[in-house]
Design a protein around this ligand. Sequence first.
Ligand code: ATP
Ligand code: MG
Length: 389
Amino acid sequence: MEKVIVIRYGELYLKGKNRDYFERLLIKNIKYKLKPFDCELEINRSRYLVKNFSAQSESKILTALSAVFGIHSLSVACCIPNVYESILKCVLSEAPATGSFRMNVNRGDKRYPITSVALAAKLGDAVLSANPHLTVDLHEPQNIIWVDVRENGMAYVYGKVLPGSGGMPVGSAGRGLLLLSGGIDSPVAGYMMAKRGLGFDALHFHSYPYTSERAKEKVIKLASIMQRYCGKIRLYCVPVTKIQEAIHAKCTDSYMITILRRFMMRIAERVANKYELGCLINGESLGQVASQTLESITVTNDTVKSLPVFRPLIGMDKQEIIDISQKIDTYETSVLPYEDCCTVFLPESPVTKPTLKRVEEEELKIEDYEQLLDEAVDNLEMLKLGQVE
Ligand code: ATP
Ligand code: MG
């Protein structure tokens, strides 16, 4: 008996004129995920089928597909000719021994001689006689057995529906630039935006030799893990060592982080414009640290003129962010000890309510401000990402 994986996609956003566009992207993303496996993808009107895969790769394919945004749910189904006896055999093999159940029959092929209601009743009776400890519950059953009778002379029978990642196909909302540190928050921020269909490249600032090679490797690993969900990511690495030294030498201590963040945002805007990326994304959460108060965000946000800055974590608690980072497998890497450029030259008491006027006065003390910006962008390095299944 052949097994297939049924892929169902979200319905809402596929309605209307954009349906083809979303579907094409979703199919492209699914095909990319299926590349490492020996299998075929069959495209039907309302669902897709993965066929001809080996039993050993079944769970790996399910794991890979469950990370594709735009997929609503997945099922491993028995694929059999739509003859009553064959359908019944599969249904019985899916039936639980105890608890309550219901049959869900969909007759896609209206030429099939029995109506879906009649077929559900007939199959349900047969399941009950074979499993006397089962009960029928049409409203809140503990188990559902699905039968899908298709137009191609085949029927699909399954007993489990696994949730997909939901959301929109990555790329359907365009492409942005994620500011990726080695911490817990920024990978989660990228994940949240990818769920809404945004693809992105990532930008990491380092302060070598104050920050180590290991810190860089950690970011490469994080971006590699994120590719499971977010599609292909290009990772840019920009040194801010000279900028930090200049700030340290010339500006008031308590303003150091604010000024560095403004540099970062300016660099990010230039990089995004250069690579035609339509927005910036960061992992700020309101009030989490001194640089994320309303006043601090106002002052850093002021530097970006040409693009929106998305902060998908702005209203989330740390624990909520940690829960997502554990779910997407970035947490273990994020908590490895490392130095971030923000922790180099850390002032004792960073300002929590900076003003634009004061920060602009501070920045005037750095005479070669523009030159430092240009140099940082010129020294951008594109890093190679590791492969993660
Ligand atoms: P994270 O856990 O993402 O590092 P955080 O709570 O440590 O965040 P900050 O260090 O204040 O907060 O950073 C806020 C945001 O600024 C980060 O989420 C990230 O988007 C960006 N950022 C900070 N440091 C870097 C860096 N070295 N390279 C790129 N982006 C950075
Ligand atoms: Mg950080």
